[in-house]
Ligand binder design. Structure first.
Ligand code: LM2
Ligand code: CA
Length: 445
């Protein structure tokens, strides 16, 4: 791949949920690096409660790097190989709690005095309970204590020493912001931090309390985006960024995440396994100038909440879902993967220009002459018209239908595509033909 992909900033990342370290290393080299992904959020790397369910990973029993995704050596190899192709690794750091049941974790070591003592259910209207009681029965660490802070920082510094560039702070709402700040103060270097704070109306702990430490998840973005695409009511999304509690520079966005696709598949944060609407919502999230988008990449679980990952690896037998395998690989869906490049190449113009809407279900907008996207959420009805794109004249590859090969300069239509591969802009105008439930997108670079 030619330099222009790597020269553009990298502005979106992917959660490779439950992927093995070896598979992630290979994915960085063969796909994520070339496509311009900034980073991978990996599943919690520590030794955890030994159960088959995916959620056992959220019950650490020690801070040693060993578990279902691989060994410490494999982890280290992944970090280096991904870094070599420009892709950072973000560790999902489970630091609010340890596993349920026992308050002795000799490998850290933690003993009973290192935990808070409130074991009752949490009343989310009560700040003290949210931050000091056991979350779903998980032993709540005394993050106010110097000893616990140092143990957590030692773990994170161990990751940093292996080249880890950032962290997702799991259950951050359940940790006082001051405690996270104190832990961050003990870290080497300046790792990227984003904190999982699920804002909810009426709750006392607000996402904005955490922005002085690092980025924060903006759940409202997903809660509004999902229903808009599900209900084909997308024109109002032009104003979405203005309706958020967090400012763009502080927000991590997503269309769904590993919890939401399981806990509440029909709910406001949309279940991501199938459907053009879900695909189009991801296209929108990557085109829209708000936040730092994370793409969820998971596996089929047939409504089985507990189901752990498919037993065969992504690169060993069971391939990605579109080949009939068990891993969905949403990040490899052509339009989603190529929209990462769109976001990277449009990062210099953080505004919406050339807005168009046809009813509530068809929209198009530009990014200040660096990119232009058309989204048609009207089933069975094409858009056929000329748009004022604001783009420099020339020929562009429609990255939803085709892949641009930088080494040859060719725009290669995908085998399964019947849409336009090439869009010609002349005098700023371009004709687009976009089928129902489809999109088109062009960008500079
Ligand atoms: C998170 N963010 O704040 C993670 O994104 C989420 O996936 C984690 O919950 C949670 N916080 C704790 O890290 C998951 C899962 C829970 C599961 C926990 C712990 O959603 O269902 O709880 O991990 O493994 C499980 C059982 C639950 C039980 C608990 C303790 O499902 O019924 O509660 O273990 O034994 C008694
Ligand atoms: Ca806590």
């Amino acid at each position: 791949y030619a330099s222009s992909v790597t020269a553009a900033p990298r502005t979106a990342f992917v959660h490779l949920f439950e992927w093995k370290w070896e598979d992630i290393a290979q994915e960085c080299e063969t796909f994520l690096g070339p496509k311009g992904f900034a980073a991978v959020q990996v599943s919690p790397p520590t030794k955890s409660h030994n159960a088959g369910a995916w959620w056992s990973r959220y019950q650490p029993v020690s801070y040693s790097f060993e578990g279902r995704s691989g060994s410490r050596g494999q982890f280290q190899d992944m970090v280096q190989r991904c870094k070599n192709v420009g892709v950072d690794i973000y560790v999902d750091a489970v630091i609010n709690h340890m596993a349920a049941y026992d308050r002795n974790f000799p490998e850290v070591p933690y003993g009973p005095n290192d935990f808070n003592s409130c074991t009752s259910d949490i009343d989310y209207g009560n700040r003290w309970q949210v931050q000091n009681c056991d979350l779903v029965g998980l032993n709540d660490l005394k993050t106010g204590s110097e000893y616990v802070r140092q143990k957590i920082a030692d773990y994170m510094n161990d990751a940093i020493s292996m080249g880890v560039a950032g962290f997702r702070i799991d259950a951050a709402k359940h940790i006082p912001a001051g405690d996270i700040a104190a832990i961050k103060g003990k870290l080497n270097g300046n790792p990227y931090i984003f904190q999982e704070v699920i804002g909810a109306p009426g709750e006392p702990v607000r996402p904005t309390e955490y922005t002085y430490i690092g980025d924060v998840t903006e759940f409202e973005f997903a809660r509004k985006l999902g229903p808009a695409f599900r209900d084909s009511n997308i024109a109002w999304l032009r104003d979405l960024g203005n309706q958020m509690e967090l400012s763009s520079a502080d927000a991590v966005t997503f269309v769904t995440n590993h919890d939401e696709e399981r806990h509440n598949p029909g709910g406001p944060i949309w279940h991501g396994v199938q459907g053009d609407g879900y695909f189009l919502a991801n296209v929108f999230a990557l085109a829209y100038p708000y936040g730092y988008p994370k793409i969820m990449s998971g596996y089929y679980f047939n409504g089985d909440f507990d189901a752990g990952p498919p037993s065969s690896g992504v690169h060993t037998g069971n391939a990605c879902g579109f080949d009939g395998g068990n891993w969905v690989c949403e990040h490899k869906w052509r339009g989603i993967a190529n929209m990462v490049g769109f976001r990277n190449h449009t990062a210099g113009e953080w505004s919406i220009t050339n807005w168009w809407q046809g009813g509530n279900d068809q929209i198009a907008f530009g990014r200040g002459g660096l990119g232009f996207v058309v989204i048609n959420k009207r089933y069975g009805s094409s858009i056929n018209q000329s748009f004022d794109t604001g783009m420099p004249d020339g020929q562009y590859c429609n990255i939803i239908e085709a892949n641009f090969d930088e080494s040859t300069g060719q725009c290669n239509a995908a085998a399964d595509s019947s849409g336009q591969s090439v869009i010609t802009v002349s005098g700023g105008q371009a004709n687009f033909t976009v089928g129902g439930d489809q999109a088109a997108a062009i960008h500079v670079g």
